[in-house]
Write a protein that binds this ligand. Sequence first.
Ligand SMILES: Nc1ncnc2c1ncn2[C@@H]1O[C@H](COP(=O)(O)OP(=O)(O)O)[C@@H](O)[C@H]1O
Ligand SMILES: [Mg+2]
Length: 204
Amino acid sequence: MDTQSDTATTPELMPQGCDGDAALGADGAVIVARGVRRTYGSGDAAVEALRGVDIDLARGRLTAIMGPSGSGKSTLMHILAGLDEPTQGSVVLDGTEITDLKERDLTQLRRDKIGFIFQTFNLLPTLTAQENIVLPLTIAGRKADEEWVRQLIDTVGLGDRLTHKPAELSGGQQQRVAVARALVGRPAVLFADEPTGNLDSRTG
Ligand SMILES: Nc1ncnc2c1ncn2[C@@H]1O[C@H](COP(=O)(O)OP(=O)(O)O)[C@@H](O)[C@H]1O
Ligand SMILES: [Mg+2]
């Protein structure tokens, strides 16, 4: 994957729905990334997944990152969410440079500001749907905002499946649990890595 301006013409990887500075509004960008490079491996086997990405993501807006398989979408999202470190470059999330953070501070920032919906569901098999949804709060030792949790469960339509374990749910239902779980802590940014593959157009 190349930088945004390189790829805008090639459309290998094009952010959509972010119409320039006007979209950033008074709140500015929730994420500002500059010169992000990520190389996997070294020597002959080195893969340059990201070669200098600059991107601003507007707060409160939906931005889609599109590109063919292997173009670096997951790598970019993991780096922007603090799940992976860039080989080079800077990522400022809600005013904090995350590439400088110690693991403990990064964990806290991820917990407080970021929701992530993975391509595979990453639910804990031994927990019920309800327990999986509130898991981030359980881990953080925080009390759930019950009204918010009820609203989330209602919105994703899982009210009658709350006591089911992931193995007893369909793929789409599991993904809806993952969506609710990603939103339970009211994150500043929600990342979703190809999350709709298992959803039909109605529940999606
Ligand atoms: N852990 C890894 N080790 C080595 N190469 C990787 C790793 N993860 C991804 N890659 C490579 O980086 C490139 C980008 O991958 P990825 O970000 O998963 O692309 P996308 O999500 O757009 O399909 C691919 O060429 C892939 O093979
Ligand atoms: Mg991917």
